[in-house]
Design a binder for this molecule. Sequence first.
Ligand code: SAH
Ligand code: SF4
Length: 338
Amino acid sequence: MTSIFNVTKEELESYFIDKGEKKFKATQVFEWIYRKEVYNFDEMSNLKKDTIEMLKNDFYFDELKLVTKQEDELVKKYLFELNDGHRIESVLMKHDYGNSICISSQIGCNMGCKFCQSGRLKKIRNLTASEMVLQVLTVQKDINERISHVVIMGIGEPFDNYDNFMNFIRIVNDPYGLAIGQRHITVSTSGLVKKIYEFADEETGVNLAISLHASTNEKRNNIMPINKAYNISEIIKAVKYYIDKTNRRVTFEYILLKDINDTKLDALNLCKLLKGINCYVNLIPYNETENTEFKRSNYDSISNFYDILKKNRINATIRKEFGSNVSAACGQLRAENN
Ligand code: SAH
Ligand code: SF4
């Protein structure tokens, strides 16, 4: 038995073929679930009784229990409880271009980035594809509006849960699934280089963001332990491969930490590093969290940093603040309710 929300349409097609049935039944089941929001095989009225019984033997409908919801006008933060009692968070953001959800991919995270609240809790386990899909379905149901964009930037390192993450993307992107376009999906990684190559070879149109946060190995080692396994030049090499393979622009995320990585020299090093790469830099004002020594860079440092990138013709934006009223900003998830 597995949750039906773990299963891609291709997998369900093979299932039906193995059972000697027509593969289009997979499309029918997907339409019931993801179009009509019917979470019960008995109500799938265009399927035969035997087919329904067969499905009931092999699959069940999983759900997420909503524990709390905090909201302001544009942001809603959801705390969910999983079947084994662990808790995860998802954040919905209302943009002018649509509703975007930020989902978690693991319970805790093993990467141990010094500035990140989510990483304070060691990884307990990976989320299943079902638990990722259900974050989208449950929030969509709650707001009673379509979710058009997905970012995998909540708790966890998605490339450390690669297979489930890929199934999640396939289900979300499937035209008979949630039908969210690949260009409306963004995955962020702290730089698991091997998986960047693997992901490049999938040749999806999903947006890739790399959490860089420093322009020298010395500095990156200090704030992101993963850099000791995969250093900056290995990341850059993998990113170049990704761009060659997919022809897509890559985003580099760079949190500005006061006196740590926000000087003029840091900016110049970053320009050297990224010169000639089809990318843009997302400068992120640090969201201060409890128990970290880091401070947000002041306004002048942020805008000087930005100006240096611009002068060197590196595309850059300063991330708009979102969600700090409800502690739903990046890196603040699971700061409470532990
Ligand atoms: N594990 C993945 C995705 C989740 S983190 C990754 O690290 O890329 C999503 C983004 O939020 C990352 O760029 C991360 O570095 C950033 N982030 C973490 N803590 C933050 C904080 N306190 N303030 C601002 N951004 C933060
Ligand atoms: Fe994990 Fe990403 Fe936080 Fe690093 S920034 S600890 S990789 S969730």
